[in-house]
Write a protein that binds this ligand. Structure first.
Ligand SMILES: [Zn+2]
Length: 283
């Protein structure tokens, strides 16, 4: 990612916020060591000074002063904090959530939006399912809103559309969870470290050590494939037992959300393209 991308990853920070590095990280000789994923990130000497300072808790106002003394520009400090946030390494504790909401709303009114503070946890099946539940929250709300409108219009009975809506959102959630667990399976197998779930607001990412190209290809294809099979399986079962064709079609259409992840501009497609390139280079 570029410096600009890291700037966009920087969350809203208030002068009264207390910042620190997550306990899963360590700084040594201009290297940020991710102990959880057994990874080392090389950083510039100036960034190294800021990271050293963040090994203890520090007031954001003091960190700004410290970085000025280290001749770091404000946007360079934001890029460092954005990088830390993008890998779930930044800890922020603040006193007033209400004040934060007020500032966020005020800035949003002026067209300024911030990245959420990212959290990471070991990628257990439960943590993946919980992350997928959060990630699919807006989809669930939209589905139930559509169902309510259909009922209010008198076109469908409450029970009929309500039960389908519940199955529809449950299928989406299950397929999303199995999709991510399939990625997690390949990321876990040959590694010294376990993958972690990174919750970015309502979005979910799986962080792991770089994979060798055969595992990367397998992971990139298997995740979407498992998602597609889950959705098509649910569509077939619905057709078999309930026999409402348009509802089965809607369940089947959910599989597009997984197949679409293989387009080169999306995460799985990008990983697949990179792994195929690496394979060609090694030939
Ligand atoms: Zn995927």
């Amino acid at each position: 990612m570029s410096v600009t991308d890291f700037l966009r990853q920087c969350p809203l920070l208030l002068e009264s916020d207390i910042l620190s590095l997550s306990s899963k990280f360590w700084v040594s000789q201009n290297k940020l060591i991710d102990r959880e994923l057994a990874l080392k990130h090389k950083v510039s000497p100036k960034a190294g000074l800021v990271l050293q300072r963040l090994m203890d808790m520090v007031l954001f106002a003091d960190l700004q002063q410290f970085s000025q003394q280290a001749q770091l520009k404000p946007n360079e400090l934001q890029a460092i904090l954005g990088f830390l946030n993008s890998i779930g390494a930044l800890r922020v504790s603040r006193n007033s959530q209400l004040h934060t909401v007020q500032v966020l709303l005020w800035h949003a009114l002026h067209g300024v939006f911030y990245a959420p503070i990212c959290r990471r946890k070991p990628a257990t099946p439960l943590a993946v399912a919980e992350g997928c539940l959060r990630a699919s929250l807006s989809f669930t709300v939209a589905s139930f809103a559509c169902a309510t409108l259909l009922c209010l219009s008198g076109a469908f009975a409450w029970f009929s559309i309500g039960s389908f809506c519940a199955i529809f959102t449950a299928t989406f959630l299950l397929s999303l969870t199995l999709h991510e667990l399939a990625h997690g399976y390949f990321a876990r197998a040959p590694q010294e470290s376990q993958p972690v779930v990174l919750q970015v607001g309502t979005r979910l990412s799986l962080l792991h050590q770089p994979l060798h190209w055969p595992q990367e290809i397998a992971s990139s294809i298997t995740g979407p494939l498992v998602g597609v099979i889950t959705c098509l399986g649910a569509a077939l079962l619905w057709q078999q037992f309930i026999s409402i064709f348009w509802q089965s079609c809607l369940l089947g259409i959910l599989s597009i959300t997984h197949a679409g992840a293989l387009f080169p501009q999306y995460s799985d497609g990008k990983s697949l393209a990179t792994a195929l390139k690496e394979r060609k280079c090694l030939k």
